[in-house]
Design a protein around this ligand. Structure first.
Ligand code: SF4
Ligand code: SF4
Length: 248
C-alpha cells in the first residue's frame, strides 16, 4: 500500500502566532494568566439529537464536554480556554521567535498537526508559507506523526478530557452561563484576568456543584431554536454585553 507522507519544517516566520486564539489546557491557562496575559473563554454546546456525524466523533466531543441541566433538558458543554493573541501572541518576540519556547503551550508544539483526530492535516488549512512544506523532514505519514509528536498530541487530548468538567464548573462559578450551539456560532467571553485566575486556582467539584447556574443556549437560527425548544432546552432571550457572539 502506498503511504502518504507530509513533509514540513518550521521556518520561524511567526505567522501562526498572530491573529488567533491559542487553546490552552487548564494548567497552561493558569500560567498564561500568571504571566499577565488575557485568556478568553469560548462556550459551545451540543446534544445527541441531530448529531449528523459518526458516533466516534460524538464520543470524542462528549469526552471534551460536561453534561449540564439546561431548562428542563440536558446539554453537553465544551469550554475552551484560549490565550488571547488576536493581534499577536504576547509571547512573540520582535524577531518572530517564541519568548517562552521551553514553556510554550502544547498546541504550539503540535502545530501544524491537528489535535482533533477527525480533521486531517492539510497544507491549505494552515498558515505556514510554502517553503515550510518543502522540507525533507517528514511531519506525518498516513496521518500519523512521529512518536514524540504523537505523544504530545495524545497528551493534549488527555488534558482536553480531564480538564473538561473543571472548565465548565469554572464557567458556572463565574456566571458565564450562555453557550453557543456547536457548528452554529461561538459565544466568546473575555473575563477579567484576576477573576479567572482566582476561579481556576480555587475550582473544586463539577458543574453539578453550581445548581444556581442557569445554563442557556444562544441560537438565532429559527429552525434550530424550534428544535431546541422541543428538547426543553432553555434559550437565551436577548443580546448580552457579557459575551460576543459569532455566527459561523
Ligand atoms: S506561545 Fe510562543 S509559539 Fe505559542 S503562539 Fe505564542 S509566541 Fe507563538
Ligand atoms: S506559521 Fe508555520 S512555519 Fe511559520 S512559525 Fe508557525 S509553524 Fe513555523
Amino acid at each position: 500500500m502506498q503511504s502518504n507522507s507530509i513533509r514540513f519544517s518550521c521556518v520561524g516566520c511567526g505567522v501562526c502566532c498572530k491573529g488567533r486564539l491559542i487553546p490552552l489546557t487548564l494548567d497552561e491557562a493558569q500560567q498564561w494568566l500568571i504571566r499577565g496575559h488575557d485568556v478568553t473563554v469560548i462556550l459551545e454546546a451540543f446534544d445527541e439529537l441531530n448529531w449528523s456525524r459518526s458516533s466516534q466523533e460524538f464520543e470524542h466531543a462528549k469526552g471534551r464536554s460536561a453534561s449540564v441541566r439546561c431548562g428542563e433538558g440536558r446539554i453537553q458543554v465544551i469550554a475552551v480556554f484560549a490565550g488571547k493573541a488576536l493581534e499577536q501572541c504576547p509571547n512573540l518576540r520582535a524577531d518572530n521567535l517564541c519568548g517562552i519556547y521551553e514553556e510554550r503551550p502544547l498546541v504550539c508544539r503540535i502545530y501544524p498537526m491537528e489535535i482533533n483526530p477527525f480533521i486531517p492535516v492539510r497544507q491549505d488549512n494552515k498558515v505556514c508559507p510554502p517553503e515550510a512544506w518543502e522540507s525533507n523532514n517528514i511531519l506525518c505519514t498516513d496521518g500519523l506523526a512521529d512518536p514524540a509528536l504523537e505523544a504530545l498530541i495524545n497528551q493534549s487530548r488527555r488534558a482536553d478530557k480531564s480538564d473538561a468538567s473543571s472548565k465548565v464548573a469554572i464557567c458556572a462559578q463565574l456566571g458565564l452561563n450562555v453557550t453557543s450551539w456547536k457548528d452554529n456560532a461561538l459565544a466568546v467571553y473575555f473575563p477579567p484576568r484576576g477573576t479567572l485566575l482566582k476561579a481556576i486556582q480555587s475550582v473544586k467539584g463539577t458543574p453539578e456543584d453550581y445548581p444556581d447556574c442557569e445554563w442557556q443556549v444562544r441560537v438565532d437560527d429559527p429552525s434550530l431554536r424550534e428544535r431546541l425548544t422541543a428538547s426543553a432546552v432553555a434559550l437565551a432571550t436577548s443580546e448580552s454585553v457579557d459575551y460576543t457572539f459569532h455566527v459561523l
